[in-house]
Design a binder for this molecule. Structure first.
Ligand code: BTN
Length: 242
């Protein structure tokens, strides 16, 4: 039974037992700005690059939010940074330090606790978030790379209390992709887990190896390679190599 959740002004919440994917649900339903849909179970949850997003029923918070930003579509990809920051801040309010792994993941102690999938639709954008809350075990392929809030501090939490910490930050930072973007970038810089690390970074065109120098003013990753500085606006995969 869902307890009452305090929502950002004019946002609405639907909590479903089962759905294919909360992103797809919002797409089909032509949802209004601020519509949040949470599912106990997704039968066809999707991650980035067409990967499935598998989560155990009840242990994981899987939700999507429909947004209709005032800013031009070209700026909507910035919502991935807004969402990652909002999740990291929400986790912080629960007493656990979380970082943003540019561009779409949230990490705790070097492991992924949450991923963000941003998809544009005709009349807006859908921000989908998967967050491991009470998960105690992962499949072998993920044990070294994934974590949950409960694994980190031993506390079991309701998904409602986690969601309630994230939504206000998401409402605020998703409204900051235009003129106020520098504030958002500053906060992401403070939490960027890649800065100073040597990484291997894949894009659709190439693989880059280098040291991350930080995040630029447009939210791009600044990478120092053997051939000089490269600034990347998107990446398929970023792996820390040392
Ligand atoms: C990633 O790290 O690859 C992104 C994962 C995004 C998963 C969430 S769960 C809620 C929403 N519905 C989906 O089908 N995907 C996103």
């Amino acid at each position: 039974m869902m307890s009452e959740i305090l929502l950002p002004k004019n946002w609405s919440l639907q909590w479903l037992e089962e759905v294919d994917s909360t992103n797809d649900y919002l797409k089909r339903n032509k949802a209004a700005h601020g519509s949040v849909v949470v599912a106990d179970r997704q039968t066809a949850g999707r991650g980035r690059r067409g990967a499935p997003w598998v989560s155990q029923s009840g242990d994981s918070l899987t939700f999507s939010v429909k947004l209709q930003p005032d800013e031009p579509r070209a700026l909507w990809p910035r919502l991935a940074l807004s969402a990652g920051l909002a999740v990291a801040e929400g986790i912080g309010k629960l007493g656990i330090e979380a970082g943003v792994k540019w561009p779409n993941d949230v990490w705790i102690n070097g492991r992924k606790v949450s991923g963000v999938l941003v998809e544009a639709v005709d009349d807006g954008v859908i921000v989908g978030i998967g967050l491991n809350v009470n998960t105690s075990e992962f499949p072998d392929s993920l044990t070294n790379t994934a974590t949950s809030l409960c694994i980190e501090d031993g506390v079991e939490r309701t998904r409602e209390e986690v969601l309630e910490r994230i939504l206000p930050s998401l409402a605020m930072w998703s409204a900051n992709i235009g003129r106020a973007f520098p504030d958002l970038v500053e906060r992401v810089r403070e939490r960027c887990v890649l800065t100073g690390n040597t990484v291997s970074l894949k894009t659709a065109e190439a693989t880059y190896n280098g040291t991350v120098k930080g995040i630029g003013d447009s939210g791009e990753l600044l990478l120092e390679t053997q051939d000089g500085m490269v600034s990347l606006i998107q990446a398929d995969e970023v792996r820390i190599t040392s």
